[in-house]
Design a protein around this ligand. Structure first.
Ligand SMILES: [Cu+2]
Length: 132
């Protein structure tokens, strides 16, 4: 079980490119709780989500993003592929001006990918939480 103080991460869309995140790399301690807040404040209003995957699952997450993009119920699901076993945490689809905080932990050292699965965003709108 994770113990110790929560490591608070704060994420927004990139102020220059609204289809990317402002931060592409976070460093955390493995095994300690993480609180990630996504604040969807941007000059260009677009909905986004944040989907966090297991260590080393970036390719699997990318594939899941491609799949949910063509799902006729994708919007209703907030573009979160609930059937993807590599997902450890996610926000709902966060509308412009709103924010959401999610809690999880990175149990062991590794590179935990996060990405936005709103159609067309995942290729650039992604990053890594590096746990050590
Ligand atoms: Cu997005």
């Amino acid at each position: 079980m994770p113990s110790g103080p929560a490591q608070e991460l704060s994420l927004t869309p990139d102020p220059v490119n609204p289809m990317a995140y402002a931060i592409k790399l976070f460093n955390v301690k493995a095994g300690q709780p993480v609180k990630l807040t996504f604040n969807n404040k941007a000059a260009v209003p677009l909905p986004h989500n944040v989907v966090v995957g297991k260590a080393g699952s970036k390719d699997a997450l990318m594939a899941a993003a491609m799949k949910i993009m063509t799902d006729p119920n994708g919007m209703a699901k907030g573009f979160v592929p609930e059937d993807c076993p590599d997902i450890i945490a996610h926000t709902k689809l966060v509308q412009p001006g709103q924010s959401e905080t999610i809690s999880f932990s990175c149990p062991s050292p590794g590179e935990y990918p996060y990405m936005c699965m709103f159609p067309g965003h995942s290729a650039l709108m992604n990053g890594i939480i590096k746990a050590e």
